[in-house]
Write a protein of this length. Structure first.
Length: 279
């Protein structure tokens, strides 16, 4: 009986030790959960502080300074905010010689995307012409003719600027060799404007198109267009209207003003793409 009592006592002590161990583990777990909860709350507070700082110091002052951007634009009203041809038509007018500020605005845009070639100074001679949907010649029999979205040509000073415009769509490929439409436009312009200075630009709202830029093509996004136009907002009603369209395309009004939709990421995106580049 003595051995049985010792065994029973040992079992009871083990149970007590195990229970104490579980209690300690539970206390440690609760302590860790409490510390983690405090950390999350502090992180949330820090997030909110940084978000409000970005919006209060940069975003809201910008939106208040350019309050006209909150107004409806023509492309928004007619439901064509993401139609490439309509954007091309606006850009053709804005960058054209017919617009008193066209040459300077086009030069500003090219500088914004890092293109400061000497031959571009002849923009101010105002001899160039612009067109949209320029038909290309078939490179071989049976090929469908393709259209260049936006083309500026100065035959006197021998240069051309070729712009492929993309909003939601991506560069497409065709033929057995899977040549891109950019390849076709390049071949066409190299033959048609032999000896000219040339600039090939893929202008896109969809960042997926960056992967299609090769060879002589350079990439530009619509933030660069917006930035280059902003200082002309009071000089031309059509520019002002188009800026409103670009603002709606690039940044939702709700994100700018409605706290429910504000995020630190969107605020930083706005700061990096716009504010930091217009100071």
């Amino acid at each position: 009986m003595a051995d049985e009592e010792k065994y029973t006592k040992l079992i009871d002590e083990i149970k007590i030790l195990y229970t104490e161990h579980l209690n300690k583990q539970n206390i440690l777990r609760l302590d860790r959960e409490k510390k983690f909860s405090i950390f999350c709350n502090e992180l949330q507070d820090l997030y909110e502080q940084e978000k409000e700082k970005i919006y209060d110091v940069y975003v809201r002052p910008f939106v208040n300074q350019y309050s006209f951007l909150q107004e409806a634009s023509s492309l928004e009203v007619i439901g064509k905010l993401k139609y490439e041809t309509y954007h091309s038509l606006f850009l053709k007018y804005i960058w054209s010689c017919q617009n008193p500020f066209g040459a300077q605005i086009l030069k500003d845009f090219l500088i914004t995307i890092g293109q400061e070639k000497k031959w571009l100074n002849t923009l101010f001679c105002r001899n160039y012409e612009g067109c949209i949907e320029e038909r290309t010649k078939a490179l071989r029999k049976g090929n469908d003719k393709k259209r260049i979205d936006l083309l500026f040509v100065d035959k006197k000073n021998e240069w051309c600027i070729v712009i492929e415009n993309k909003i939601d769509s991506e560069v497409h490929y065709s033929g057995s060799q899977k040549r891109s439409q950019l390849d076709f436009y390049y071949s066409h312009c190299e033959k048609t404007y032999m000896g000219y200075n040339k600039l090939y630009i893929l202008l896109s709202y969809n960042n997926k198109n960056t992967s299609h830029v090769k060879g002589n093509w350079i990439y530009a996004n619509y933030y660069t267009v917006f930035k280059s136009l902003l200082k002309y907002h009071a000089k031309d009603d059509l520019i002002r209207d188009y800026l409103k369209s670009l603002f709606k395309l690039l940044f939702s009004n709700d994100i700018m003003l409605n706290n429910e939709y504000n995020t630190l990421y969107r605020g930083m995106q706005f700061y990096n793409n716009i504010i930091s580049n217009i100071k």
